[in-house]
Ligand binder design. Sequence first.
Ligand code: NAP
Length: 439
Amino acid sequence: MLFKAGLCSVISLCNIGLHSSAFGHTCNAVRSTLSKCTSANLFSWPCFKPLKDYDSRSIMVSSVTSNPKTDSTSQNSRKKDHWSSNGCQKYSTAVDPGYRGENMEFSEGRSVLLPSGHRMPLVGLGTWQAKDEEVEAAVSEALSAGYRHFDTAFNYGNEYAIGRVFKRWINDKDHLRSDLFVTTKLPVFGNRPGDVEKYLTESLRRLQLDFVDLYLIHMPFALMPNKNGDNFEANEDGSPVLDPSLDHQKLWKALEAQVDAGRAKSIGVSNFNARQVANISAIARHPISCIQVELHAVNQQKDLRRDCAKCCPNIAFTAYSPLGSPAAPQHFQNKYGYSIKQTSAGLLSNPLVVEIASTYKKSPAQILLRHHVQQGIIVIPKSVSPARIQQNHEVFDFCLSEDDMKKLNNLDQGEEGRTFNFLFFKGVENHPEYPFGKN
Ligand SMILES: NC(=O)c1ccc[n+]([C@@H]2O[C@H](COP(=O)([O-])OP(=O)(O)OC[C@H]3O[C@@H](n4cnc5c(N)ncnc54)[C@H](OP(=O)(O)O)[C@@H]3O)[C@@H](O)[C@H]2O)c1
């Protein structure tokens, strides 16, 4: 108990920046203790301290403050100094009410509680466009840097390589499968109830896992599979053959069967609009735990967040392309000959982001990621560079002031900021479940 109280005081001093260089040593040692926190021990002090919403507009996130069990401070006075200006210690999220579930708990800034009852780490490694050799090294690097959450998909074609790293890691006696949080996705050409088990089984085989932590329906529309089932069936002009028979409610029931069978801990959707989310939620036996969508400073999905909260107050949001996906336009051009105007291009060099970064002595990427994490939004930045992998995970040792949060909120351009409209699938806007530009 004494050790915990001591650790707590040290952490508080570190976080408010009251430390000399000698004390900095102690801070680093304490941070290193905290960095050993895993999803397995996340609930035990000092790795995890449950938080409560103190009012509907603000969430106290004391990443490493006092121990609630030993602290005699009353809730009222804690509520008051929650507004203190020392930045990292206590702050509000500066989100408008209604953008997120009021009851959504999130821990000291490292994980969110999903409607399924499982926890999901707030920062994960994205793996889209990472080739086998690159992704193998990147996932190993990320595990060493403290990541436990990995985002992949059948369609990224790199589950084998990622699975090799998981296998080695889990075989190490110091590691547990339960420490990992792995997401994968049902491919767009597998969007039929009868195909769900087949594609999930294949993903599990590639990933060398018995279950995934989160299984997402990758796209709300459906394409016909080719005869090998490993891509979509194409028309003569290369455009995909659409499958208009898609029924989201029936598809969801097939995902629920995978939860019942123990092959997925939680299930969710990706790229869905609010109407589609509500439609599934109306029949869901297992809740929609997470929606993964494009979300970054210029496309903050405020409407979607507000609208989804109506049917699914605790649904977790995962921000894909949180850094603005600077490599996406080139990829669309090379793979589909599709060119796109990208509003989020240059997000990492946006003058406001750069200015805030220099104030906090952080990188622009860390500011962009922290802006979301501070609102309880999960981020999955992709990188294959060791230095960036590490940097993108280091977003828990500072916090943005109310004022800076507001300035970043104001970068939003709504739909104008969207990069991923999937129109590189020629004709996809004619599918009855094409999600954008419709309610
Ligand atoms: N559900 C969906 O439909 C969907 C769609 C898109 C993406 N996703 C998921 O979301 C993940 C992230 O999205 P994304 O890959 O589109 O884009 P992103 O994470 O916004 O950006 C990745 C790009 O930024 C660079 N980068 C990473 N860290 C950086 C840093 N600290 N400073 C400067 N540049 C940095 C990366 O280059 P280096 O690798 O060279 O560092 C890469 O080119 C994907 O990998 C995937 O897992 C899902």
